[in-house]
Design a protein around this ligand. Structure first.
Ligand code: BGC
Length: 710
């Protein structure tokens, strides 16, 4: 397509119609949606051959409506594990496969751009959308997002990395001013995006709701023009988050190419009509025509690659069966075994006493735009029963009945504080006598629009949960039987105060539609857990470094200052000697791995670290090898250590070994100081590790000072 010619033939009105979306599609008077349940569309210009293009959410799978008027068909999409669980796999190939499967559904349901992956940082464990984000670490975030984007875009549909940038909380997300130093931005918050944009070339970027150091990100020229385009050479287009910002003219000028969803005033009456406002400003010369043309061209350049543009005949029939298998495989590698004192795996003969409501009503993912509408969700109970496990029927019946009753009462399952402590001591004695093991399931939900709370029933166990846990632990242990806690949670909770009371703890996250099948394979030992934590589980909320969260004043924050600066997550816990309950990168297996023969080499550009990993236990399994670098302190203050590389082994049989090679570009060792990236001179310690606190081997390298421009 000759974009210059097309733009030269466009009227000003047509140009503005391309850079402002058509409004929310379900509103009377707006165009009828091409794909029902998609989040947005752009306008068509038939005389120039420009079709409508369609944008729909993720990131746990495609979000579209399952039903349509006068249409018998159902439009289900696969529900995959939440992003925090995908990153717990530390497996690039697997996440790329997930992206590929999601992208096929995007394409076959007639969508052009998938509004995923989200990739903000787990700054605080209470972040309401943390489940949609990968990690507290920028390297893991960037690597996982790159794999995800590559997978999605291998279908010739677009991905959209979001929310750019510093959108780490839901409280007052549309107005809060996030104050962050340039160093923390560059090293932590921007870094993951930088990696993904350079490695995977996403077609689009979504700017965020919040302000960054005083200016809405969608109106921030430094961010969108200088950092994103000039420095990183991003060549797709930027769209706003839905209804974001307070000045569409500023958005256009700042290089926020597409304003979404358009017609904001239909929802928020204080908002101007973006189309009229931009048109008027252009006519009055307040937006130079070159700027309008620039934005239109950026959009058209990407649009011409879209399925709608190419007239792709989508099938409405993606391979949901094949994708359910990928969703399960991803979940299997994302389960993190936090504790196991000879309790797991169990066998099909083990008699299981299940406690806890989410065992029967298992959560598959969080709420909001990241929700999914799959064909089914397999609960923990269903997953285990399907495999032939022996689950106490009476207990199961009680929880099921309880669930049906609540459903009939129409209680909001998310809001409801479940009655967990419903059994007397005598009843639990009976269950302990007739069963071999207790499973206690603890569930937590969260979602868009609200942060979690450092309160009982959320970050802490509720009184009911504590009472149940104590009773079951005391009584089952009295009979010499083990207790396993299954965490069907969406982000960190407090575990430290009760972890000694139980024999095993399994972090199952929210595993999407296959969640119960995933759990069953892990508990029955068909697959050994190989997930590692992408985020620290602190001992207590008071240990969390982002003490300013969610800003000032706390009940209605106008701003939030990232005072911990670069000391986010383990960078803080390690540097300041605060011991977590479970550290970043941690996760057990049913087998054991031994590390040997470390070596290191440097070719002037890349450092290559190698180590041999041998499976010395009795189960087959995979290991995630992590490299943390302790850099010399010269002029720039640094965290004790930082993750600089990782690889996951293949599945190793008992006795089998693999030589693992991890390459680290030397530039990745630089810190941001004095407006540049600087590798300071001295001795670098490369810690080859099974977690951020379990270093198995070390290698050293002396480096000279190096400088790189931004
Ligand atoms: C969310 C985005 C989402 C958009 C469209 C916004 O509320 O922040 O992540 O893509 O809605 O649904």
């Amino acid at each position: 397509m000759d974009i210059d010619r097309i733009v030269s033939e466009m009227t000003l009105e047509e140009k503005v119609s391309i850079i402002v979306g058509v409004g929310m599609l379900f509103i009377e008077g707006n165009p009828k949606p091409k794909v029902k349940g998609a989040a947005g569309e752009t306008a068509e210009i038939p005389r120039l051959g420009i079709p409508r293009t369609v944008y729909a959410d993720g990131p746990a799978g495609l979000r579209i409506d399952t039903t349509r008027e006068n249409d018998e068909s159902a439009y289900y999409a696969t529900s995959f594990p939440i992003e925090s669980m995908l990153s717990s796999t530390w497996n690039r190939e697997l996440v790329e496969e997930v992206g590929k499967a999601m992208g096929e559904e995007v394409k076959e349901y007639g969508v052009d751009v998938f509004l995923a992956p989200a990739m903000n940082i787990h700054r605080n464990p209470l972040g309401g959308r943390n489940f949609e984000y990968f990690s507290e670490d920028p390297l893991l975030t960037g690597e996982m997002a790159s794999a995800y984007v590559k997978g999605v875009q291998s279908n010739d549909v677009g991905a959209c990395v979001k929310h750019f940038i510093a959108n780490e909380q839901e409280t007052n997300r549309m107005t809060v001013d996030t104050i962050v130093s340039e160093r923390a931005l560059r090293e932590i918050y921007l870094k993951g995006f930088e990696i993904a944009i350079k490695k995977a070339k996403p077609w689009t970027v979504m700017s965020s709701y919040n302000k960054l150091n005083g200016t809405h990100t969608s109106q921030n020229k430094w961010l969108l023009e200088k950092v994103l385009r000039e420095e990183w050479e991003f060549d797709g287009f930027v769209m706003s988050d839905w209804f974001a910002g307070d000045n569409p003219v500023e958005q256009v000028l700042a290089g926020n190419d597409l304003i979404m969803p358009g017609k904001s005033w239909q929802f928020i009456k204080e908002k101007p009509d973006e189309y009229e406002t931009v048109l008027k400003a252009a006519k009055e010369g307040k937006i130079p025509i070159e700027v309008i043309d620039r934005n239109v061209k950026r959009i058209l350049k990407v649009m011409q690659k879209m399925p709608s543009f190419k007239g792709y005949q989508y099938s409405n029939n993606p391979d949901l069966e094949a994708h359910s298998k990928i969703a399960k495989r991803a979940g299997l590698e994302g389960v993190v075994l936090l504790k196991n004192v000879q309790a797991l795996p169990v066998t099909k003969e083990t008699k299981i006493a299940p406690f806890g409501y989410t065992f029967v009503r298992t959560f598959r993912g969080g709420w909001g735009s990241g929700e999914t509408y799959p064909r089914y969700t397999i609960s923990f109970a269903e997953g285990l029963l399907e495999k032939g496990a022996k689950v106490d029927e009476k207990l199961l019946g009680i929880y099921k009945e309880h669930y049906e009753k609540r459903k009939a009462e129409n209680v909001n399952e998310i809001e409801v504080k479940f009655f967990e402590d419903i059994f007397t001591v005598e009843e639990i004695e009976n269950y302990a006598k007739t069963n071999d093991i207790a499973f206690i399931t603890i569930g937590r939900m969260s979602g868009e629009g609200r942060d979690r709370k450092a309160e009982k029933g959320d970050f802490y166990l509720s009184d009911d949960e504590t009472a149940l846990l104590e009773k079951v632990s005391r009584i089952f242990h009295k009979y010499g039987k083990k207790i396993v806690v299954l965490l069907n949670i969406i982000g960190p909770i407090e575990i430290e105060s009760w972890k000694e009371k139980v024999d095993a703890i399994v972090l199952t996250w929210h595993g999407g539609q296959e969640t119960g099948k995933i759990l069953a394979d892990i508990l029955l030992g068909e697959v050994s857990p190989s997930g590692k934590l992408p985020t620290t589980f602190p001992k207590d909320y008071k240990d969390v470094p982002s003490w300013t969260f969610p800003g000032e004043p706390a009940d209605n924050p106008a701003s939030v200052t990232y005072e911990e600066d670069i000391f986010v997550g383990y960078r803080y816990y390690d540097t300041f000697g605060v011991e977590p309950a479970f550290e970043f990168g941690y996760g057990l297996s049913y087998t054991e791995f031994e590390y040997s023969n470390p070596s290191i080499s440097f070719d002037g550009e890349k450092v290559a670290v190698e180590v041999t990993v041998r499976n010395v236990g009795k189960f087959k399994g995979k290991e995630v090898v992590q490299v943390y670098v302790k850099a010399p302190k010269v002029q720039i203050v640094k965290p004790l250590q930082e993750l600089k590389g990782f690889e996951k082994t293949k599945e190793l049989l008992p006795g089998e070994s693999e030589r693992v090679k991890i390459e680290i570009p030397v530039k990745a060792l630089a810190s941001f100081g004095f407006g540049k990236w600087i590798v300071e001179p001295g001795k670098y310690e490369f810690r080859i590790s099974a977690s951020s606190r379990d270093h198995r081997a070390k290698a050293y390298l002396d480096l000279e000072r190096m400088e790189f421009d931004v």
